[in-house]
Design a protein around this ligand. Structure first.
Ligand SMILES: Nc1ncnc2c1ncn2[C@@H]1O[C@H](COP(=O)(O)OP(=O)(O)OP(=O)(O)O)[C@@H](O)[C@H]1O
Length: 798
């Protein structure tokens, strides 16, 4: 399963596991009834709670907003008044604009652009006020930064960190906003001090020179392979002014043998994921940590969240236990220049209990370094409180409260208006809850038209085999001003070469580009040209939200972040977000109106296309036609199978033997309809999304209450006409199944798996539970969690 590490936040609780009773035979309706009755007996309170919540959801008029921002006014829902156009087409599909829940909370539409933009809080300081030389760095490094890296002045966190780490040997905890330059804040003093082993203060060479074989002096740990590679790239750029020093990475997904060979050749600074480092510490004899003076834990809180406490403890203990060498094997005295003890540096934009725990494991009498001197002084005087998570001040955050049914069309409209003007947005990142959903949305949004033949006058371009299935042109979101928008997808289930190439393609893309991704891209990634972050699915914890939106507005640049929320309890989430950073609202109606003011560029495969290409159409009818178009794309191929190759080259359709949708390969049988891979991908995405929804952290689960989700409406946002089964007991119980749909008629089955029909098991992970589910599901979830932890597929710590 490619649920992308989402299980990691799953709260299993202490409740004993109850056994699941399986019913066989009879009609499935009777089996479900019997199953539910057993569940009620086993857990009467949960069942009653769920049914009460169910009723609350359906009445739609009760306030669900315990934590709602009091400043925000209540408004009536206008959506029911909007006529349905799609129904006129004769399709059996519920209208987009009817029966949507009322947004209890509403804001005024986004105010006009502020006259004076906020002063960036993470920008470099002015050159007149500060420079790297004055912070104690050598002339050689300062000049290199100014001339080769175009960095003339430090940022606030660099100003406060560099002198401390150059002069003092105490542990340090660095905390500053995203994009504020924490990486160089810890790298520069380390490089400066290692360099001082070879150079005098005036820059003249010393008698003894260190080189790659002189010892490993620093280890930097980070939670993702991408982040490790990025830190290595920054460090390599810095090390160009001291070319005799060498750094390398040891990360999962790469050849351990070649890593060993590189370590054997000699390395002075090692960048690693914790799992792989533990492995090398156990198995690579040539890895000698006797000379290690610095251990940096970048994004330490993430590593703790991932459950790598034990690995980190082992690493810290092993490094500390190893005898600290005062001189290296070549007789170079390390003591005079390098720290006389092992220094641990912890680094994060967000601080939580996990980090404090990590601090207990790894830090000794640490100084807390922040971007603001006053905060540090308050801290030193013992008055510091747990820092609130704040976003860079110049980052404009907004929220769109969108009914579930309208999510997909609103996303398209938002992207369409984003790329309507040339040069206004060059790169956007869309965060989605899980890998399956990333794959599906990539397939849905990418262009279905064959690529244009290459211009014979252009130089031949060698195709990158690694990005063939992860980079593609988009069609729906282009505009006359931006006729090409390039889509990318990235998640932890892709192979490492594909991940690396895709991220690189997104970074260097000269055309407007969109990256659809999971939280794998939320931490530390630095792609400076990102102007917009869209959280299509809210983050699983508010700290993750801070990191996600921090992919834009970096180092003083401007940036925008948009969060999609559902009407209802999710609206309460705005109260915690607006307490740390200002939040404006955009009405989904305005987004649709703006984005669908002009026709959408659709492949001409369905009847909906013609509707959309009529200039006179209203935005509501365009929205409905667009939705209909997606639904038809999913279903179009089920009858003939003709277009079965349209989607998912990454995930070939799996058809179980005897499926009613399958090609009958048996002798003498007529050709039977084939499900489109896009439909299969959509169902899988929906299921994984719903399961992921249950993994919001416990403190925020009041806002993201799975029992309040309308699965039928949510299915619509996946282009499905009804919610597929196979999600898990607690959820499938609430699945809304209309009696008849076009799909049902044409195939003789529902738009999803979950139960057996004609002896066919439709889904491979049927019954995997979420939330308050049965014992089997719990056990499976534990099992999966263990697997995820072991394989650490998303964050690749293993
Ligand atoms: N002194 C400086 N002058 C100009 N740009 C800088 C300076 N220091 C860092 N930067 C740039 O700022 C960007 C963000 O830096 P970095 O990735 O270290 O931020 P961060 O604080 O680690 O962010 P996050 O918490 O998201 O990981 C990078 O593009 C980096 O090149």
């Amino acid at each position: 399963m490619a649920d992308d590490g989402m299980l990691l936040n799953f709260e299993l609780g202490d409740a004993p596991l109850t056994s699941q009773v399986k019913f066989k035979g009879g009609r499935w309706r009777d089996r479900v009834k019997a199953q539910n009755s057993v569940k009620r007996q086993q857990n009467p309170t949960a069942a009653d709670d769920a049914s009460r919540a169910n009723k609350r959801q359906r009445t739609e008029d009760g306030p669900l907003m315990g934590g709602r921002d009091p400043k925000l006014a209540r408004t009536a829902n206008t959506s029911d008044r909007i006529p349905s156009q799609a129904m006129k087409t004769g399709q059996i599909s519920s209208s987009l604009f009817t029966s949507n829940p009322t947004a209890v909370t509403s804001f005024d539409d986004a105010p006009a652009e502020e006259a004076e933009p906020a002063k960036p809080s993470n920008a470099p300081l002015t050159e007149e006020a500060e420079n790297f030389l004055a912070l104690g760095l050598s002339r050689r490094v300062a000049q290199h930064l100014a001339t080769k890296l175009e960095m003339k002045a430090p940022t606030a966190i660099q100003k406060n960190t560099i002198p401390q780490l150059i002069k003092e040997d105490s542990d340090a905890f660095l905390q500053a906003e995203t994009g504020s330059g924490k990486t160089l804040a810890y790298l520069l003093p380390i490089v400066h001090r290692i360099m001082a082993l070879s150079l005098n203060e005036d820059g003249t060479p010393k008698e003894t020179q260190v080189h790659r074989n002189s010892g490993l002096f620093a280890i930097i740990l980070a939670p993702t392979r991408e982040l490790c590679k990025q830190i290595a790239t920054v460090l390599e750029k810095v090390l160009r002014c001291v070319p005799w020093l060498v750094c390398t990475t040891v990360i999962g997904g790469e050849s351990k043998k070649s890593e060993k060979a590189r370590i054997r050749k000699g390395v002075n600074i090692l960048i690693a994921t914790p799992g792989r480092l533990t492995d090398h510490l156990d198995n690579t004899k040539v890895l000698d940590v006797g000379t290690v003076r610095w251990l940096v834990l970048d994004e330490g809180d993430r590593m703790m969240e991932m459950g790598f406490e034990e690995d980190l403890r082992t690493i810290v203990t092993k490094i500390r236990a190893d005898k600290l060498l005062k001189q290296n094997s070549e007789g170079v005295l390390l003591e005079d220049v390098l720290p006389s003890r092992r220094v641990t540096i912890l680094c994060s934009a967000t601080m939580k209990m996990d980090v404090q725990k990590l601090g207990e494991i790894s830090l000794e009498d640490a100084v807390h370094i922040t971007a603001s001197k006053s905060e540090m002084e308050k801290d030193a005087a013992g008055g510091g409180t747990e820092a609130a998570f704040s976003a860079p001040s110049q980052l404009k955050q907004s929220v769109i409260i969108t009914p579930a049914k309208l999510r997909l069309v609103t996303l398209i409209a938002l992207l369409k208006s984003t790329f309507a003007r040339k040069g206004s947005v060059m790169k956007a990142i869309i965060f989605i809850s899980c890998a399956d959903s990333v794959d599906y949305h990539f397939e849905l949004l990418k262009s279905t038209a064959p690529p244009d033949p290459p211009n014979p006058e252009d130089p031949p371009v060698k195709p990158d085999i690694h990005t063939q299935t992860t980079v593609a042109p988009a069609s729906y979101i282009t505009s006359p001003a931006n006729p090409t928008v390039v889509l990318h997808r990235l998640h932890g289930s892709l192979t490492q070469p594909v991940r690396t190439s895709t991220l690189n393609a997104f970074t260097v893309c000269k055309e407007p580009a969109v990256l659809i991704t999971t939280d794998i891209s939320s931490r530390g990634l630095d792609v400076p040209a990102v102007d917009l972050v869209i959280e299509y699915d809210p983050a699983f914890a508010v700290s993750d939200h801070v990191h996600r939106i921090g992919r834009t507005a970096r180092a003083g640049r401007s940036g925008k972040a948009v969060l999609f929320l559902l009407p209802g309890c999710e609206e309460g989430y705005t109260s915690i977000l607006s307490s740390s950073s200002p939040l404006i609202s955009q009405l989904y109606e305005s987004i649709l109106q703006k984005g669908l003011a002009t026709p959408v560029n659709l492949p001409s495969t369905t009847s909906a296309t013609t509707n959309l290409e009529t200039e006179k159409q209203t935005w509501t009818s365009r929205a409905e036609a667009l939705q209909l178009h997606f639904e038809q794309r999913l279903l179009a191929t089920t009858a003939s199978g003709a277009n079965a190759n349209e989607a998912s080259p990454t995930k070939p359709a799996k058809f179980s033997k005897g499926s009613q949708y399958n090609n009958a390969r048996g002798k003498g049988k007529a050709e039977k309809p084939v499900e489109s891979p896009l439909l299969i991908s959509s169902r899988q995405a929906f299921r994984s999304h719903i399961r992921a929804y249950a993994t919001h952290v416990r403190e925020e689960r009041g806002f993201f209450d799975i029992t309040q989700l309308h699965l039928g409406h949510m299915a619509k946002s996946f282009g499905l006409r009804e919610a597929p089964g196979g999600i898990g007991g607690g959820v499938s119980r609430r699945t809304h199944r209309p009696q008849s749909t076009q799909f049902r008629k044409s195939t003789g089955g529902g738009d999803g798996g979950g139960e057996k029909t004609g002896g066919v098991r439709r889904d491979h992970d049927d019954g995997d539970g979420i939330g308050a589910v049965d014992g089997t599901a719990m056990r499976r979830m534990r099992e999966k969690m263990k697997n995820v932890m072991n394989a650490a597929s998303e964050f690749n710590l293993g």
